[in-house]
Design a protein around this ligand. Structure first.
Ligand SMILES: [Zn+2]
Length: 356
């Protein structure tokens, strides 16, 4: 980090910094496809597929999304996924995801998808689901120039699906479906990493990167377990690492990226307010912090919103915003050459935006 990055840019008014944050090129590394479906699209899919939703309009859906407890949150996820039925539904949500990235100048993403829940609820073969998703991805890439890959996650609450998830991830990677990594989501506290160690060891042996959620609803022990038992290349959230100085030193030394999603943490009650959120402290400790949205419409917070939060609640200067964005490039699973190219594009665009 340079001195220029560090210094709070008093001569750049907050409004300008917010505008810069909105327009700058970005990378999104922690976002769930099912949690990104536009509410209006969800209502349309439910109507088309004859599914009864607990709400009939966008306002009602927002109310249904409002956090009560983590079990309700998981129930919401099931309800959303239950509205998807055909390969064309998957094409549509992937295409709209790409359009939403373009609107925020997100140029590259790594997108989590819970394949086994979708198989269970649709009865479709995984190949048909992946084909639908990739049709939408290809259309979006052609129309908007946004690229992304898939991260398949195991739902902790259904440990019995872990072998199937990994088998599909490996077969889909083989098939050229754009699968990049294995992830672990769901209730951290009741379903510890130990239950999944063998599957993640198998992923490691097969050279499939591991990016489990840890240190969100459970403390540092969960992050240690993700590192030691799940061979995590990157940690989803990881914010509660702050509670263990030894862990902070470990993460900093090895530059293991954290996928921090500030507004999601507030909405899910991990921290009561931005004031006590550890993002700035993790940043100052030299960790490789990336900033992400998690489930944009569910928290009313897309990635542009989160970059604005960096300005408004964490007082990030333009140089620091650029560093956050470049951390996303660095922490991505892109090949080194593609990272270098993306970084060069971003730097050129930062310079152009700054000169305006
Ligand atoms: Zn997540």
């Amino acid at each position: 980090m340079t001195t220029a990055d560090n210094h709070r840019n008093e001569d750049v008014p907050r409004w300008d910094r917010c505008e810069f944050a909105r327009r700058m090129p970005k990378v999104e590394l922690h976002v769930h496809l099912e949690g990104s479906i536009r509410p209006a699209t969800l209502l349309e899919l439910a109507r088309r597929n004859g599914i009864a939703l607990p709400a009939q309009d966008v306002a009602g859906l927002r109310d249904f999304y409002r956090f009560r407890d983590f079990d309700h949150f998981i129930q919401v996820y099931f309800t959303i996924t239950d509205c998807l039925r055909t390969p064309d539904d998957y094409r549509l949500i992937a295409y709209e995801f790409g359009a939403d990235c373009a609107r925020q100048n997100i140029r590259y993403a790594e997108v989590t998808f819970t394949i086994t829940t979708n198989i269970m609820l649709t009865g479709l073969d995984w190949r048909d689901i992946m084909t639908g998703l990739n049709e939408g991805r290809t259309e979006a890439q052609a129309e908007f120039g946004v690229g992304w890959g898939w991260v398949l996650d195991i739902n902790r609450n259904r440990p019995e699906t872990q072998g199937e998830t990994l088998d599909i991830a490996l077969a889909a990677r083989e098939r050229g479906d754009g699968v990049l990594a294995l992830e672990l989501g769901g209730s951290e506290a009741g379903f510890p990493a130990e239950l999944f160690a063998q599957t993640f060891a198998r992923a490691s042996q097969a050279d499939l990167p591991r990016v489990p959620h840890a240190g969100e609803t459970a403390g540092p022990a969960s992050v240690w377990a993700a590192l030691r038992l799940l061979h995590a290349d990157r940690v989803g959230h990881g914010v509660r690492s702050e509670e263990d100085p030894e862990l902070i030193a470990y993460l900093s030394e090895r530059q293991i990226p954290l996928e921090v999603c500030p507004t999601s943490n507030i909405c899910l009650g991990v921290y009561p307010t931005y004031d006590v959120h550890p993002l700035r402290r993790l940043w100052e400790a030299g960790l490789l912090v990336t900033v992400n949205s998690n489930d944009p419409p569910m928290f009313g917070a897309d990635l542009s919103h989160e970059y604005r939060v960096l300005v408004e609640h964490f007082d990030f200067a333009p140089g620091e915003l650029e560093r956050v964005s470049l951390n996303g490039v660095q922490a991505s699973l892109l090949p080194e050459e593609a990272k270098a190219q993306l970084e060069a594009e971003f730097r050129a665009e930062f310079a152009r935006l700054r000169s305006e």
